[in-house]
Design a protein around this ligand. Structure first.
Ligand SMILES: Nc1ncnc2c1ncn2[C@@H]1O[C@H](COP(=O)(O)OP(=O)(O)O)[C@@H](O)[C@H]1O
Ligand SMILES: [Mg+2]
Length: 230
């Protein structure tokens, strides 16, 4: 089992498009590469919903006497998610050690096979989950997601500080224009920290009503940038 490159898709703020963008990029990248998504958002896993596989459970296989999850293949993307293995309501009340136990299990008990790229859909916040994930997985790059809004940018500054502390390479940020209301003046938080803009995603009803079977043209640009790094 080898994974060539691992990308964390992150923002301290929730609701800025991490999961939608992860899914869109992964579907595009899967046209040329072997791609997986690890949905590490313990409090609000969404990938199983975006890929319409929420009624499915990963098969459990035994390899070298170890129980492993076989990721679900949807639209060419291999998926494993907290959403498959946790009871949502229970997980919402979990605290530190139980959370990191669940994340570790998800990371170490998935039979990904050989992948070119693994995307990790990160939870919001900057706390325990980040420390656990960065300790258990060798993240090659992080990609920050922000809307062009002062609240989102404010929180992203914290994410930048955290990745810098954890020594994780920040590839750049994607501006997600969910509100259809671009305002460049706020984005200096990124340039002040030398964080490049990788792409700008417009508001789109195709993203809002996500259908994994559709062509995701908005993600083609960023997906080819990622492909060139593998
Ligand atoms: N570019 C976009 N255009 C339209 N709707 C979007 C876009 N990006 C995200 N959304 C919507 O915004 C909400 C939050 O997105 P989500 O991917 O769940 O964010 P996060 O994972 O950061 O919490 C969802 O309802 C999603 O459908
Ligand atoms: Mg999410």
């Amino acid at each position: 089992m080898t994974i060539k490159k691992i990308f964390a898709i992150a923002s301290a703020k929730g609701g800025v498009g991490k999961s939608s963008i992860t899914a869109g990029i992964a579907i595009e990248a899967a046209k040329n590469l072997k791609v997986g998504i690890l949905d590490a958002d313990i409090y609000g896993p969404n990938q199983h919903l975006l890929f319409n596989v929420d009624k499915t459970k990963p098969e459990i296989i035994i390899k070298d006497e170890k129980k492993l999850f076989k990721p679900i293949n949807s639209n060419g993307v291999l998926l494993n998610s907290m959403g498959f293995i946790l009871d949502d309501e229970k997980a919402a009340l979990w605290r530190g050690p139980m959370l990191s136990g669940a994340i570790k299990q998800l990371i170490h008990s998935t039979d990904w096979g050989d992948l070119d790229v693994l995307f990790v859909d990160m939870p919001p916040g900057t706390g325990d989950a980040y420390l656990t994930i960065s300790k258990e997985l060798k993240l090659d790059y992080s990609i920050l997601i922000s809307t062009p809004n002062i609240l989102s940018i404010h929180d992203t500054t914290k994410t930048i500080m955290m990745f810098k502390k954890l020594n994780i390479n920040i590839l750049g940020y994607i501006e997600n224009n969910i509100s259809n209301n671009i305002s460049d003046k706020n984005l200096s938080a990124f340039s002040n920290n030398n964080i490049d803009k990788l792409d700008s995603i417009p508001y789109s009803s195709d993203i809002y009503n996500f259908d994994p079977k559709k062509t995701h043209i908005f993600f083609r640009g960023i997906s080819s940038k990622i492909e060139s790094l593998v």
